[in-house]
Design a protein around this ligand. Structure first.
Ligand code: NAD
Ligand code: UDP
Length: 337
């Protein structure tokens, strides 16, 4: 079975390609490298000792997508390709709508053309907005609080409409909580070029002394220690869930929605302290004002994924912190030598 992975050289996509290959699937990647590097293709091959077909290009480019489907008999698609910086989406909404929604429309048009109607889509816990209670279940009310979140909601809607119009579609909407960590090989991981927006890549850059100090956005939230609480999930656990979702969409029809998290919430201070302890490094921090739009706490009820996909996260927060740092150190050594 051959799976097309859009955004496959990105952070979650690359780990998913590894898990797909290790589960016996063949993998075709399309990525325009706007937020990743081509070397990742070689790292995926190095980890798995398997071959991968790579197309450099944009999912919005219909001719390219038709060429890919013509040259490969694609059985299902995992659609990761998208822009993901919330702040940037507020500044450049049209860029986000064009890229994140335009790519889905083009992809699905070409899938229809080639009668490939099985898709796994990367959604996000951001679609729950400010949840009215915790843990979050899949049937909670949905709300977008910024253009990035709206692209996720619209894409979910588009895929749902496709199924309503044609019951041959099989769609899995995966709502990720907070992916961190890296492959234990240290070959692939998250490596933002700019100053990171998210907590873990920022902590890593402070630990490696590329940034001076971590700003903790507020300690007056209604949480155990006043800092924000999130459901951090190891990216390898998350990648494994995609293989289960692909197994499922290949054998069913319909639309299914899954929360992918551990079900446990950790505060910013707990993450910082764990990171310092397991990696034996210092992470200087200061408390600053709250970041606009942040919520107190967010963690998943992932029971449905356990029941339906027989998947659950297994890796603990210590391993997530270790693997994040290990990747950063390896990456730094490799590129400085
Ligand atoms: P990433 O930026 O590392 O990977 C996305 C990849 O898509 C990149 O390699 C980028 O070059 C590529 N891409 C973007 N637009 C493209 C286009 N039009 N055509 C071809 N390639 C394109 O991000 P990630 O963290 O791996 O996220 C993957 C998906 O998961 C995204 O859709 C993101 O919104 C979603 N998601 C991520 C998180 C998170 O915290 N990382 C949380 C929830 C949802
Ligand atoms: N956070 C922080 N400093 C940073 C980045 C994030 O204190 O430099 C906090 C943020 O306020 C939130 C948590 O860390 O409580 C996770 O933030 P992230 O941006 O990683 O994920 P999201 O807010 O999208 O869940």
């Amino acid at each position: 079975m051959k799976i097309l992975v859009t955004g496959g050289t990105g952070y979650i996509g690359s780990h998913t390609c590894v898990e797909l290959l290790e589960s016996g699937y063949e993998v075709v990647i399309v990525d325009n490298l706007c937020n990743s590097k081509e070397e990742v293709v070689d790292f995926i091959k190095e980890i798995t000792h398997k071959d991968v077909t790579f197309y450099k290009g944009d999912v919005c480019d219909k001719k390219l997508m038709q060429k890919i489907f013509k040259e490969n008999k694609i059985d299902a698609v995992i659609h990761f390709a998208g822009l993901k910086a919330v702040g940037e989406s507020v500044e450049m909404p049209l860029y986000y709508y064009r890229n994140n929604i335009g790519s889905t429309i083009t992809l699905c048009e070409v899938m229809n053309e080639y009668n490939c109607k099985k898709i796994v889509f990367s959604s996000s816990a951001t679609v729950y907005g400010s949840p009215h209670k915790l843990p979050i279940k899949e049937d909670f009310p949905l709300e977008a609080t910024n253009p990035y979140g709206r692209t996720k909601l619209y894409n979910e809607g588009i895929l749902n409409d496709l199924y309503v119009a044609d019951n041959n579609w099989s769609v899995a909407l995966l709502r990720y909580f907070n992916p961190i960590g890296a492959h234990p090989s240290g070959l692939i991981g998250e490596n933002p070029n700019d100053i990171p927006n998210n907590l873990m890549p920022y902590i890593v850059k402070v630990a490696t002394k590329e940034l001076e100090i971590l700003n903790i956005f507020g300690n007056d939230y209604n949480t155990k220690d006043g800092t924000g609480v999130r459901d951090y999930i190891h990216v390898v656990d998350l990648a494994k869930a995609h293989v289960k979702a692909i197994d499922e969409v290949l054998k069913t029809k319909g639309v299914d929605i899954y929360n992918l998290g551990t079900g446990h919430g950790y505060s910013v201070l707990e993450i910082v302290e764990t990171f310092k302890k397991v990696n034996k490094v210092d992470v200087p921090y200061q408390i600053v004002a709250r970041r606009a739009g942040d919520i107190d706490a967010c963690y998943a009820d992932a029971t449905y994924a356990k029941e339906k996909l027989h998947w659950e996260a297994t890796k603990e927060i210590e391993e997530m912190c270790q693997d994040s740092y290990n990747f950063a150190i390896k990456y730094k050594n490799k590129h400085n030598n």
